[in-house]
Write a protein of this length. Structure first.
Length: 155
C-alpha cells in the first residue's frame, strides 16, 4: 500500500478537517469536562490561512484526509496547535507521519524548536510526546483547561 504524503489543506478539505477533528477529540469531552479547543476552531479560517496540513490513508474505508495538523509559525518556534487522527486510521502510522512532517516543516522554516500543549487529562498524549523527543516545559491552567506544555528542540 502506498503511503500518502502530508499536504496543505484546501477549501474542499474543510468538512473532512472538521470531521477528523471532532472524531479525534470527542472521546475527551466527558473526561476533561469541557469541549477541547480544537473542536471549536474556525477550520475554514485556519485552512484559508495555510495553517492546516492533511494526510490521506488508503485502505481505511474513508475518502479524503484521515489526519491533520494545525500549525502556527512563531518568531522562534513552530507551534503545533492541534494534531488529529481519525479513529478509523489509528495504528497505521498516521500520527507518526504527521509528527515527522511537523519537525521537517519547522526545519525548512529555519525554526529551532516545536512547541505544543495538551490537556493534562489526555494522558495518552502525555505518554506519546516524550517518545518523539518532546520535553515537558510546564503545567499551567488556562481558563477551563489544565495544560501540559512541551517543546522539542531540533538539531
Amino acid at each position: 500500500m502506498e503511503r500518502q504524503s502530508v499536504r496543505p489543506a484546501v477549501a474542499s478539505d474543510v468538512p473532512a478537517v472538521r470531521a477528523v477533528t471532532d472524531a479525534a477529540y470527542r472521546p475527551y469531552v466527558a473526561r476533561i469536562g469541557v469541549v477541547p479547543q480544537p473542536m471549536e476552531a474556525d477550520h475554514a479560517a485556519n485552512v484559508a490561512a495555510g495553517k492546516v496540513f492533511v494526510t490521506d490513508e488508503p485502505g481505511t474505508g474513508r475518502a479524503g484526509p484521515v489526519g491533520l495538523v494545525v500549525l502556527e509559525v512563531r518568531a522562534d518556534h513552530l507551534f503545533l496547535d492541534s494534531i488529529a487522527v481519525h479513529p478509523d486510521a489509528h495504528g497505521r502510522g498516521v500520527g507518526r507521519r504527521l509528527l515527522r512532517f511537523v519537525d521537517a516543516h519547522a526545519r525548512a522554516l529555519g525554526l529551532p524548536e516545536v512547541r505544543l500543549c495538551t490537556n493534562a487529562m489526555m494522558w495518552e498524549n502525555r505518554q506519546i510526546y516524550p517518545k518523539y523527543g518532546y520535553d515537558v516545559v510546564e503545567r499551567r491552567v488556562d481558563g477551563p483547561y489544565d495544560r501540559v506544555h512541551y517543546r522539542k528542540r531540533l538539531s
